[in-house]
Write a protein that binds this ligand. Structure first.
Ligand code: ATP
Ligand code: MG
Length: 405
């Protein structure tokens, strides 16, 4: 059965009053971007729906991409036919024969926005239902929660027939909520936090701290590859790698062990904030979850957050680790996150970080360092890469290692 169009429904967008135009425009742009390797496709955003005209493109592949576009509540592959009853009957029957399985229940649901059409919805339901019963065995109608709803929409420009209602990713189109930076490590939590930020329409750029020679190329490659998985939800993602070794060496040399972690985190947040400012972002996101580790107690957050007044948003703050892991599995980042390439925090983690650091002491110890000089040198060393959906970095690395042998 060849579907001719996909009908996309907006959900939350519809309630957004005057911003609606911007939302629909962004969504159309984001859909165009994820489908750009199907040049035959046409995208028509309307005020209540968006139509994707397939022109022969395979729905199965389009389906995989649409599932990851935020701002879509539901969508249906449909077949458009002319406004005559014989054409409707014929296609409805073909679609049912191709997809209906024994034991299922169904109903016909007709809508009519063209009131000039010669039959009303009751007549249409009956005529189509009768036609199906005349030509198929074992059909069972059920009005409440049937397994399949055969939807027939009579519109001005034609009749749309569909029997699937697919749940979209929900949320808001990426870009509608503005720009922000995301602190992405190689762990489990920050990729999930990234997904949740994108889901609310925030266009994020990844900030990643790495510490060569203490951390390997693999740790950096892993973080980039995680960004590649997340890029499925945004079309592409900028990845900003920030050299962090000098700062860590200085902290380790000059500060008491109990404050290594707190002051490292203060530097990370300051750097993230400076990068945010340079790149026109409005907020900082990270993957902290209250109480998960020493740096994520409320006391620690007070001592760390002190370096900025920029909103620091923590999408997974209140989630249990098991809930975060479940989401990580769902979005496909978990298996990569648990690969054991140690990042900069693991290498310089003190054995006993303070779980209740004091803000006053954190400031006092930090004053032993040339904060501005360290920050400036780290900023001078940043490298920005644009990462595409599913771009891989670890495999390339494995390839290089093989070649060296
Ligand atoms: P994650 O699973 O996200 O790594 P975690 O449980 O390992 O989190 P931490 O290592 O304490 O927790 O980090 C807390 C947050 O700080 C991370 O979620 C991330 O937002 C940020 N962060 C930690 N390390 C880095 C890094 N190397 N680069 C960028 N951000 C980082
Ligand atoms: Mg981590």
């Amino acid at each position: 059965m060849q579907y001719t169009e996909v009908m996309v429904r907006y959900g939350e967008l519809s309630t957004k009053g005057k911003n609606r135009k911007d939302f629909i425009g962004r969504l159309a742009g984001n859909i165009t971007r994820v489908l750009k390797d199907f040049p035959e496709i046409e995208i028509h955003p309307k005020h209540d729906r968006l139509h994707i005209v397939l022109n022969g493109a395979p729905f199965e592949e389009i389906d995989q991409r649409l599932k990851k576009v935020f701002g879509i509540q539901t969508y249906s592959p449909t077949i458009k036919v002319e406004k005559n009853i014989e054409a409707i009957k014929k296609t409805a029957l073909e679609l049912m024969q191709a997809t209906f399985e024994d034991g299922m229940t169904f109903k016909v649901n007709t809508r009519r926005s063209d009131h000039e059409f010669e039959y009303d919805t009751n007549q249409l339901n009956k005529m189509i239902g009768d036609h199906l019963f005349d030509n198929m065995d074992n059909l069972k109608v059920q009005m409440k929660k049937p397994d399949m709803v055969l939807r027939i929409e009579v519109r001005q420009d034609g009749v749309y027939i569909s029997n699937q209602l697919i749940k979209g990713a929900g949320g808001m189109p990426v870009g509608t909520a503005g720009k922000a930076v995301m602190m992405l490590s190689g762990g489990i939590d920050s990729p999930v936090a990234s997904y949740l930020a994108l889901k609310r329409g925030v266009d994020i750029e990844m900030v990643h701290f790495f510490s060569p020679p203490y951390t390997t190329d693999k740790a950096l490659a892993k973080a980039k590859e995680l960004a590649g998985i997340l890029a499925n939800y945004s079309g592409k993602i900028n990845f900003i790698a920030v050299p962090f070794a000098e700062i860590q060496e200085q902290i380790k040399e000059k500060l008491p062990e109990g404050y290594l972690m707190t002051v490292q985190r203060r530097f990370m947040l300051q750097l993230a904030d400076r990068i945010r400012e340079m790149r026109g972002g409005l907020a900082i996101f990270n993957g902290e979850s209250v109480g998960q580790v020493a740096s994520q107690t409320l006391e620690s957050m007070v001592a760390i957050n002190d370096v900025t007044t920029t909103p620091v948003l923590r999408p997974v703050a209140t989630m249990d680790k098991t809930e975060i892991i479940r989401l990580a599995e769902e979005i496909g980042t978990f298996d990569l996150s648990i690969k054991p390439f140690e990042d900069c925090c693991t290498i310089f983690a003190p054995p006993r970080p303070k779980t209740k650091p004091k803000l006053k002491d954190a400031r006092k110890f930090e004053d032993r360092l040339d904060v501005e000089g360290l920050i400036q040198r780290a900023l001078d060393g940043i490298e920005v890469t644009t990462i595409r959906p599913n771009e891989t970095f670890l495999d390339d690395q494995a390839q290089i290692d093989m070649n060296l042998l």
